[in-house]
Design a protein around this ligand. Sequence first.
Ligand code: G16
Length: 499
Amino acid sequence: MDLDAVTKQSVLHAKPDGLILQYGTAGFRTKAEHLDHVMFRMGLLAVLRSKQTKSTIGVMVTASHNPEEDNGVKLVDPLGEMLAASWEEHATCLANAEEQHLPRVLVDISEKAAVDLHQDAFVVIGRDTRPSSERLSQSVIDGVTVLGGQFYDYGLLTTPQLHYMVFCRNSNGQYGKATVEGYYQKLSLAFVELTKQAFCRGDDHRTLKVDCANGIGALKLAEMKHYFCPGLSVQLFNDGTKGKLNHLCGADFVKSHQKPPQGIEMRANERCCSFDGDADRIVYYYHDADGQFHLIDGDKIATLISSFLKELLLEIGDGLSLGVVQTAYANGSSTRYLEEVMKVPVYCTKTGVKHLHHKAQEFDIGVYFEANGHGTVLFSKAAETKIKQLAKESEDEKKAAKMLENIIDLFNQVADRQVISTTDAERQVVKPPGLQEAINDLVKKYRLSRAFVRPSGTEDIVRVYAEADSQENTDSLAYEVSLAVFQLAGGIGERPQRG
Ligand code: G16
C-alpha cells in the first residue's frame, strides 16, 4: 500500500473535522455535500475487501428512497449480497478517521481482516440519477485507483443491476453476461418463458403502468421494456423528465401514504406499480371498480409468490423446504395467513435486506420481502440442481419443474434518534425506560393491534408502526404511540398531529 499517495489524494477528499457518520441500514447515507470523503474511503475499502475475498466488489452510489439532495453508498459483496456485517465496523472506522489517522486505520483493517496486499483488486461501480452521483462516483474511483485497484464504471445503473454484475463477474459468467444487455436478456427470457406456461387472463393483464419515481428505473426500464414484447406492454410514468426524484411518487411514498403517486393515470383494475430511487423496491396497486385503492405491498407479494411456489413444489413432490422471512413491519394477518393457512414457516428479522437475506439462505427456497417492497427469492444450489434435473427428466413433473426453473432465472438473487434502542427483531424497545410499557398499554386499547418504534437507519427520524382492526383505530394508535415517543424519548420540534 502506498500510504503516502493515499495521504496526498485524501487531502483532495478531506473529511470535515469532527463529522461522524454511522453505517446505517444500507450503508452510509446523508446530505450529498457531506459525502465526498466517505466515497473516497469506500473506494479504498472496496479494494481491501476485493483483495481479501479475491473477488470483484461492487460500489453503488445512491440514497435510494431518500430525497434528491441526499446521497449514499451501498457496498456489494462477491455473491451480489450486501457487505458482510463484520466489515461494517471497518467501514465505520475508515469513514470516521481524522485525516492524519487514515494510513494507520488502513493498516489496522488490513491486519485485522488478514488482507493479502499482493492480491489484485477489481471494483465495479454504478450510480443513480441524483445530480451529485457522478461527482461522488468519481471520488470512489479516486479511492480505488490510489490503492492500485482496477475498476469498471458502469455509470448509470439500478442497484439490482449492480448486484447482478458483481455476481456474474465472480461466477466467471456462469450466472450471466456482466453487461446491461446480458441482464435484460436473462431476466426477460425467464419472464417470457414463464408467462407462456402460466395461465393469464386476457389482454388487460398484459399491460403494466410503472411509476419510476423520477429515477434510474425509468432509464433502464425504457431500455428493457422491448424485451417483454409482445407478452407485456410496459408504460412508464414519472420518468424524470419533469418531476423531482421520489417527490410525491415512488414506492416509499405509495407505501407510507397508502395512496397512488402523482403523475400516473389509473383506470379501474389497471395494474400499476412503483419503484424507488434506485429501483430495488417494488409495490403494486390498483383501483377497483368503486374507486377503492388496493396496495399489494411486500407482504402480499411474498404471500403470492410463496403460494405459487408451494403449488409447484407439491407438483414436483420433492420435499424441498420453503420458508418466508419478514420484518416487524409485516402485517400480522399476512404472517398468520402464511403460517396457519399456507403452513409455511415464517421468520422475523431486523429491518435491512442484509438480515433477511441471511436468514432466507437457510432454506432450499427462501422467500424474503420487507413490507416496503424490497425482496427476492433465493434457491440453494442443491434446490437449483434438483429442479433443473427434474425439468429435463420426468414427464409428469416436468411442467412444474420447468416453471420453477424459469422462476430461478427471473429472480435476481443476489442484499438524536439513537436514544431509542430495541431488541427482539426491533419489536421491543429497551431504552428509554418506560416507552415499551407505554406502547404495551396503548396496544391493549385496540383489537387485533400491534405497534413498535425504531430509529431509522437511513433517515434522521424515528419510525412508528401500528396496526389494528380498522383504519381509524390504526391511525389513532399510531398517533398515540408517536405522542409517547415524543414525550418519553425527548422529541423535538412540532408535536405529532392526529391523522
Ligand atoms: C434501505 C434498506 C432496506 C430498509 C430501508 C429503510 O432501503 O435496504 O432494507 O427497509 O432502507 O430502512 P430504515 O427503516 O432503517 O430507514 P433503501 O431502499 O432506502 O436502500
